[in-house]
Each structure stands twice: as C-alpha cells, then as structure tokens.
Design a protein around this ligand. Structure first.
Ligand code: SF4
Ligand code: SF4
Length: 222
C-alpha cells in the first residue's frame, strides 16, 4: 500500500488560511488502511482545524467527505457538488490522489493534507515499513524476495558493505541489514547459488531517470 502520515493541525490551518469555505476529502483505500486519511482521520482533522480557526477568531465553514479512491475519476466525479460549494479542497489522499483531484477541478485550489511517504506494509501494530521504490524492473527473484534497492541503505546489489552485522544496518541501528535478510532467505529456500554470480549495474531507465512514467496496456483499451 501507499503509506502516508498526517500533517499537523498547524500545517492544515496554514494551508487554508486564505479560505473561509473548505472541503476536506478523505480516501477509503491505502491511506485509510495506514490510518492517515480515511473517514475517521478526516473527521478528527476537521474538528481540530475548526477549533484552531475558532481560537484565532476566523470563521471557517468546513465540510468533509470520504470517497472510495481519490486516484480514479470514477469516484472523484462524485465530489462535484461539494467542490462547487467550497473555495478550496484539502485532499487526504496520497500525492497521486491530490493531483487527480486538482486535474479534475482546475479552477479550485487543492492542497495536500498528508505527507505521502512510501510503498510499504503494516509490520506490526502502528508500524509501517518501506518495501518497494517502484523501480520499474523488479529484481526480487534474485534476492529471495528481499529488495536491496529499497531496504539496503546503500542500495548494494552484490553483497553487504563492511559495516553489516547480524543485528543491524550500519546506517541505522533500528533496521536489520537487508543483506543479512537476503542471505537468510536464500539459504532457507535453498537458493544461495544466486549469490555466486555478479549482478551487473542496475538499468535505471525503467525507473525515474526521465520524469513521470506512464503505462499503456492496449489489450485493456476498448
Ligand atoms: S526491485 Fe524495484 S520493483 Fe522490485 S521491490 Fe525493489 S524497488 Fe520495488
Ligand atoms: S549494513 Fe547492510 S543494509 Fe546497511 S548499508 Fe550495509 S549492506 Fe546495506
């Protein structure tokens, strides 16, 4: 999932400082699962922002709505009536959701209510960890399903650095060394031979080197 974290109430208040009628829009998918921008979080943010504005003595008319996905026009279009009544929108979707809403409603200011962080998983209660950078040429098979591009602080593709220990990465003592995980995983699936060959420098062309990427799958077009 895409993992995001909330902006502070002060940041939200500052984002909408020039507006009197604002629409807060939550998203029912990734950011709901990571407890950042779903219906519950948007309710809390709305209440806190209203209070902050009240303390400043500046009136604020704030409406809130949560749609199933902010990254699909199919769902965004349902916002049209509420958007028409608002001076500005704060999107609690990921960065893609914010931009999708802005494209759909070109005449309205649209602000990001969250900080989009990474592609990751829920590791344990209230702890999310990054697992993928979306490099466009997945190499997980080579590494037993542990991504060194994302999880090794130095993005090493051919074994650990000199600071690696069984306990942690030398760059961050709170994190395991990705290469220790790769080794353990390949050993447990009996594929340590994958480490016998040198992996050539990664081809970054499918990644981000030339700006925003696009995927067209003609077989799904009608
Ligand atoms: S190799 Fe690339 S696509 Fe695969 S998990 Fe790592 S960053 Fe993501
Ligand atoms: S200790 Fe491991 S994860 Fe950390 S930078 Fe070195 S090889 Fe990468």
């Amino acid at each position: 999932m895409i993992v995001a974290s909330p902006k502070s109430v002060t940041e939200l208040k500052n984002l909408i400082a020039r507006h009197g009628k604002v629409l807060f829009v939550g998203c029912g998918t990734c950011v709901t699962v990571c407890l950042a921008g779903g219906e519950r979080e948007v309710s809390i943010a709305s209440y806190a922002t209203r209070m902050a504005r009240k303390i400043e003595g500046k009136p604020l008319e704030l409406t809130q709505v949560t749609i199933e996905r902010q990254c699909e026009n199919e769902f965004i279009k349902d916002l049209a009536d509420e958007v028409a009544k608002a001076e500005a929108i704060v999107s609690f979707g990921c960065g893609a959701g914010v931009q999708a809403i802005a494209e759909r409603f070109p005449g309205k200011p649209v602000y990001a209510g969250l900080n989009t962080q990474f592609l990751g998983i829920l590791e344990k209660q209230a702890v999310w960890t990054e697992k993928c950078l979306g490099c466009g040429d997945c190499m997980l098979a080579q590494y037993g399903g542990v991504c060194p591009v994302t999880r090794c602080a130095k993005r090493l593709l051919n074994g650990p650095c000199g600071g690696s220990t069984e306990e942690h990465c030398e760059v961050d003592a709170d994190r395991p060394c990705a290469w220790q995980l790769i080794y353990a995983r390949l050993r447990s699936i009996d594929q340590l031979d994958r480490l016998d060959s040198i992996v050539p420098p990664k081809d970054w062309r499918p990644a981000w080197h030339s700006g925003a990427r696009k995927i067209v799958r003609k077989e799904h077009q009608v």
